[in-house]
Design a protein around this ligand. Structure first.
Ligand SMILES: C[S@@+](CC[C@H](N)C(=O)[O-])C[C@H]1O[C@@H](n2cnc3c(N)ncnc32)[C@H](O)[C@@H]1O
Length: 333
């Protein structure tokens, strides 16, 4: 093996760099070191950390180009400014160790457990599953909702334009989060009504979203679980990034709630990365480690749905990251 190859593999495999970035963001270093920066000593006092260790951390951040040395200490580079809260790119919610996303990633140290059992690593590390943690710790729930709303901010117009939503007069957004997608769909289709189901306090956030878009008249929000009966009789039941969070047993339970509410003619719309189409290998592992789920392939979706009497009617490419699978009831179901 070439020496360069060995170096590359060591760099890829090393945990020092990802953890350095995450600890730096958690300490707020990129923000604090904007402009003139600060010396190690003043920073160590301010942050109540060990000065020698802080210097080692900043030294590695300098190697990465996130900060640079000054005559008195370190300051954030233009590149490192991407890690500031105001950069508006959502990175801080992904990396901070005290956010839902940043904390969940640490479950990767238990990847071997997931690989040997096929189950989530998250509960092994934290003692309960991801959504139970969100229910217990409001700051985790807030950061997760922010992360979810942020991640598709720029793609929502394409998701709205990329599918013929006008065929439906009522849509139930199952696990619809803070409601930004449903609000955008309804805003583009003035005759349509929407009903969002999610857990509290996310459901309350969705109510605010709809009010802010002047959609109170055309929306309903139910605070509840998609493992319980869903609002019945809508034209379409939307599952956007829901099923990949769950193993087959739970995915079946969610689908059966959609199907009992959608009978006899409603459609079930699944928007996901879809393995082999839009999903990437890393997010696939994220789903495994955090949730015990995965980015299912089309055949797996077909199999999942067919046990509920559903057939795949169409696959629509929405964005470079997501496809929409449209299911309808098989004839005679
Ligand atoms: C990955 S997020 C996707 C949110 C939204 N569909 C989107 O794409 O932005 C999963 C959502 O499922 C919700 N959820 C998790 N467990 C749930 C349950 N048992 N019942 C209802 N919603 C649930 C979460 O609160 C969260 O909003």
């Amino acid at each position: 093996m070439e020496h360069n190859d060995i170096d590359t593999i060591r760099r890829m495999a090393g945990l020092a760099t990802p953890m350095t970035l995450r600890v730096a963001v958690t300490l707020g270093l990129p923000d604090r070191l904007l402009g003139d920066g600060a010396s190690i000593d003043e920073l160590a006092v301010e942050l109540d950390v060990a000065p020698v260790a802080l210097d080692l951390l900043l030294n590695h951040l300098a190697t990465l180009g996130v900060v640079e040395r000054t005559s008195t200490g370190y300051r954030t580079t233009a590149y490192g400014a991407n890690l500031c809260v105001d950069a508006g790119n959502g990175l801080t919610d992904l990396l901070r160790l005290d956010t839902a996303g940043g904390r969940a990633e640490l479950a990767f140290v238990e990847l071997a457990h997931s690989v040997s059992t096929g189950q989530a690593a998250y509960p092994r590390r934290y003692g309960q599953d991801f959504y139970a943690d969100l229910a217990e710790y409001p700051h985790l729930r807030e950061s997760f909702d922010r992360q979810m709303t942020h991640r598709f901010r720029e793609q929502i117009p394409r998701i709205v334009a990329g599918f013929d939503w006008s065929r439906f007069s009522t849509i139930v957004d199952v696990g619809g989060g803070q409601g930004s997608l449903l609000a955008a769909i309804l805003a583009a289709h003035p005759g349509m009504h929407g009903h969002l189901v999610d857990l509290e306090p996310t459901a309350a956030e969705a109510r605010h979203t709809f009010s802010a878009h002047d959609l109170d008249e055309r929306t309903q929000v139910t605070a509840g679980s998609f493992f319980d009966p869903l609002p019945a009789g809508a034209d379409a039941y939307l599952l956007f990034d829901i099923l990949h969070n769950w193993d087959d047993e739970h995915a079946h339970r969610i689908l059966s709630r959609c199907v009992e509410a959608a009978r006899p003619v409603g459609r079930v719309l699944v928007i996901e990365g879809v393995g082999g189409l839009r999903a990437n290998s890393q997010s696939d592992l994220d789903m495994l480690v955090i949730f015990g789920g995965r980015e299912r392939r089309i055949d797996e979706f077909r199999a999942l749905a067919s046990s509920h009497g559903l057939v795949l009617d169409a696959v629509t490419d929405l964005t470079d990251q997501r496809c929409l699978l449209e299911f309808q009831f098989a004839a005679g179901q």
